[in-house]
Design a protein around this ligand. Structure first.
Ligand code: SF4
Ligand code: SF4
Length: 237
């Protein structure tokens, strides 16, 4: 088996529902600004995702009741992110054994408090690999699971061909996520790679709401923008 099929099979055997290869070269300036030269040196991203369990997501509107928020936080953040980090580690090890450089980027780890972001955008890699589009919620929206997917990326110099190209937005006239946000963090503008995130999303407002929820309930959970998206909800009906 070639390297692509080896790591794809490995990722899927470890529980990845989504797998793709992103050509990062055209986004290099953006990646450099976010993560610096160590991160931006890699031309390719191996993007992998795990779909969230629908019954967990359905807890979100009543997350303040009956321990729903804690259950969601445990499985949909902690357990899924740990599983993604394990998949990324194993895939990176495998790529290194094939003779190439590979750097796993943690599934969910904020490294820049001022800009409220990590060192690399997993959504960007999944978008470039053709697995979905960036919605009005600034989340990566997949046709099958909507935004109900968590992502991880392995950066590499292995010669892997891109599995797709960026998907065009299918949000249309929908504004469900904009309406669902309790702090009106979204402006409703569709994704435009030439505009900064601030044109669409007030990240400090979202972050502040999480901190307030944590003080109020002991659990930092919201996710109403994720819950509301019709692309995640259709198949449940
Ligand atoms: S997580 Fe909640 S507060 Fe943050 S943007 Fe989504 S809906 Fe708004
Ligand atoms: S809720 Fe509607 S507008 Fe928001 S990301 Fe999903 S499809 Fe797009």
């Amino acid at each position: 088996m070639d390297t692509l099929n080896v790591i794809k099979s490995l990722a899927e055997s470890l529980g990845a529902d989504y797998f793709g290869i992103a050509d990062l070269t055209e986004a290099r300036n953006f990646i450099l600004m976010q993560g610096g030269p160590e991160i931006a040196q890699y031309p390719t991203g191996v993007t992998m995702g795990i779909a969230l369990l629908d019954p967990l997501v359905e807890l979100l509107p009543d997350r303040g009741k009956n321990g729903g928020g804690a259950l969601y936080r445990h499985h949909a953040y902690d357990v899924v992110n740990a599983a993604l980090d394990q998949i990324a580690l194993q895939v990176a090890n495998r790529i290194q054994r094939e003779g190439y450089r590979a750097l796993p980027v943690a599934a969910s780890r904020r490294t820049d408090e001022a800009r409220i972001c990590g060192p690399f955008s997993h959504k960007l890699a999944a978008h470039l690999a053709g697995l979905g589009w960036i919605g009005r919620s600034c989340l990566l929206i997949t046709p099958d699971h909507g935004p109900r997917v968590r992502w991880v990326t392995v950066l590499t110099d292995a010669p892997l061909a891109a599995t797709g190209s960026p998907m065009k937005s299918r949000c249309g006239n929908c504004t469900e996520c904009v309406t669902a946000c309790p702090v009106q963090a979204f402006t409703g503008r569709v994704f435009d790679e030439n505009e900064p995130r601030e044109a669409r999303f007030d990240a400090p407002a979202c972050d502040h709401f999480f901190r307030e929820e944590e003080k109020r309930t002991g659990i930092a959970v919201c996710g109403m923008c994720l819950w509301a998206c019709p692309f995640g909800r259709v198949k449940q009906k």
